[in-house]
Design a protein around this ligand. Sequence first.
Ligand code: N1C
Length: 243
Amino acid sequence: LIVLWLCAGEPGTQSGTTPNIKEIAMGRCYDYVTRVKPGLRYDCEDIWRRFEEAVGRQAPCNVTVEDYGRMFYAMAQTWAPPCGRFLFWSKTKTFVQTLVAALRHFWTLEDTLAGFMFNDLLWCGREDEAGFDFGSCPGWSACQHHPVYSLWRRASQKFAESACGNVTVLLNGSVAQAFSRNSMFGSVELDGLDPCRVNYVNIKVVSDQEGASRESCGRGSVVDLIQILRSRGFRWTCADSSR
Ligand code: N1C
């Protein structure tokens, strides 16, 4: 019976809203303003209220980028990473997090309040009553406007628009489509970069230690990225490396 119950999940659904999401997100917000970026003034209570307003009482597949407008307004950046230190990535998250922790030179979206608060959390609202659905949330593919996707979309867009100087892009050379127009980097951030503010786009294609590189600066989808950068007038460099 237990096995049957465990297997009964509908296709296209995944686990529900992260338990204790309010405590986690608000705790992170207070951590950010107290310890990570002391001196920045954000109202964590107000930010959480606006987040609830955006997500709660909505059909779980119906949360748009615009719905987060009021929340992002309350999170307006009074701080931006210094020019030359912006790091974008695609399909390399675990690797990036280790690298960033070690180098402390680069800044990613997770260094902004929005990225810091919502990293690795999952959420969706429920139509029938206020609040979150802790039982199940739709999968990405089942949704046109997934609440998690819309938040990252808005955050990624803002982050890319603020990028300046030399920016770095880390791609995973061990996967089939290191650069994909469907990824958050390829669909949102790339278009948000401003050729007048960005000096160089430095691409790094990183492959597994085992040397299983499927894609590199001269091969596969990375070539498409370089072509797009060229056509938009960016200066660029590209380097292959192993972890
Ligand atoms: O779709 P991706 O990667 O290309 O997105 C990565 C790209 C980075 O440059 C970030 O600035 O977009 C930004 N970003 C995050 O920082 C982030 N943290 C957590 C985008 N998405 C982020 N997430 C979650 O991972 C979110 O749920 C989103 O859908 C995935 C994207 O991961 P990916 O496909 O490996």
